[in-house]
Design a protein around this ligand. Structure first.
Ligand code: NQM
Length: 349
């Protein structure tokens, strides 16, 4: 196999190649070898491939027709760590998910309806479901539109995401340890999983304001060491096992909101700082902040509505999340994203 059909898409605030599963080598070792060649890893610059030299632009989506009842396509997300070449399926990605709807329609896996098309997705990484509503006037996917998401210049066609069964999808429960607060290395944390295992920490507990620039945080080696120490223990407590080679849980420093949101965030994913916030990470952070007694108590600002719509503030704006609660857990999470087809063609190994 020397070349593979590939569509490069921006999904939300992430970007990467989208493949049909049938176009890739079927055996995992051969598939990963091909993906490393395509992305240009291991190499921090990914100079010999199409990876974007940052975890947010070194992502791969693999899509196939689903054999599950009531589902159109299966979506497997792979995170390629640029410098090490580690390929991990341990986490899901709600940003790349935005591209899965248009891609499935463009590749003929789902027939477009007039005006809009619902694509029902099984997310392999988190063993859960999402429905994507894609704009398809005249039975064609459109990417142009007037929906804006922070972290992406200009406006595009909206893609609505409705997630089901995200609470505890990877850790077994919304609060994996059964506690609202755990103390790790003397630091209070709220460990939460509403689709993305996340560790909520008060920025103030690290001597930070929580509004630092990405550069300041990326250059704070002492902070990174402390966060990684906490993360490794949190991973075990969250039923994720040894997370030293995994990109979960995410580490989220929180501070009081400054733009009318529920909370202000700075997220380590887990070693680089997110330029915005992950989609499912925001869903987890918002859920954690709404739980009485969490580390966000006295800091988080939200109304007691159900469903409840809140803005999670991040370094490039805010991400709106709608959460529906039942019996103390989240039963539906809804978000707005956009996506754009950037290139469709053949990638060479
Ligand atoms: O949380 C980055 C992203 C993500 C993940 C990361 C994501 C999500 O922004 O659903 O989308 O946390 O590694 O693409």
């Amino acid at each position: 196999m020397n070349s593979i059909p590939c569509m490069i898409m921006r999904g939300g605030t992430s970007k990467g190649p989208f493949f049909l599963a049938e176009d890739l080598p079927q055996e995992k070792a051969a598939r990963d070898k091909a993906l490393l060649a395509i992305m240009g890893s291991p190499d921090g610059r990914q100079i010999d491939g199409i990876g974007g030299a940052h975890p947010l632009t070194s992502k791969v989506a693999i899509v196939s027709r689903s054999e599950r009842d009531g589902v159109d396509v299966d979506y497997l997300f792979l995170q390629v760590t640029p410098d090490t070449g580690m390929i991990s399926d341990a986490q899901n990605c709600g940003n790349m998910l935005a591209g899965v709807g248009p891609f499935a329609i463009e590749r003929g896996l789902v027939r477009a309806q007039n005006i809009e098309t619902t694509v029902r997705v099984y997310m392999v990484n988190s063993d859960s479901r999402a429905d994507l509503i894609v704009q398809t006037p005249d039975g064609q996917v459109i990417y142009k539109g007037d929906a804006h998401i922070d972290g992406v210049p200009k406006s595009h066609a909206p893609i609505l995401q409705n997630y089901f069964g995200t609470a505890g999808a990877q850790c077994g429960a919304l609060l994996p340890t059964g506690q609202v607060i755990d103390v790790i290395d003397g630091t209070e944390c709220t460990l939460v999983d509403n689709g993305m295992p996340s560790v909520l920490l008060r920025a103030a507990d690290f001597g930070l304001s929580g509004y630092e620039s990405l550069e300041d945080l990326e250059n704070n080696e002492e902070l990174k060491v402390r966060l990684e120490f906490i993360r490794l223990q949190a991973g075990t407590l969250m039923n994720l096992g040894d997370v030293s080679e995994k990109t979960i849980p995410k580490m989220c420093l929180i501070a009081p909101p400054r733009q009318g949101g529920i909370i202000s965030t700075r997220t380590f994913i887990p070693r680089r700082v997110h330029q915005a916030v992950g989609v499912l990470a925001a869903a987890s952070d918002a859920a954690g902040c709404m739980i009485i007694g969490s580390v966000a108590e006295g800091m988080a600002v939200f109304e007691d509505n159900n469903p409840c719509r809140v803005n999670v503030e991040h370094p490039s704006g805010a991400l709106t999340v709608e959460l529906e609660w039942e019996g103390g857990t989240v039963i539906r999470t809804a978000l707005l994203r956009t996506a754009r087809k950037i290139m469709d063609g053949t990638v060479f190994l």
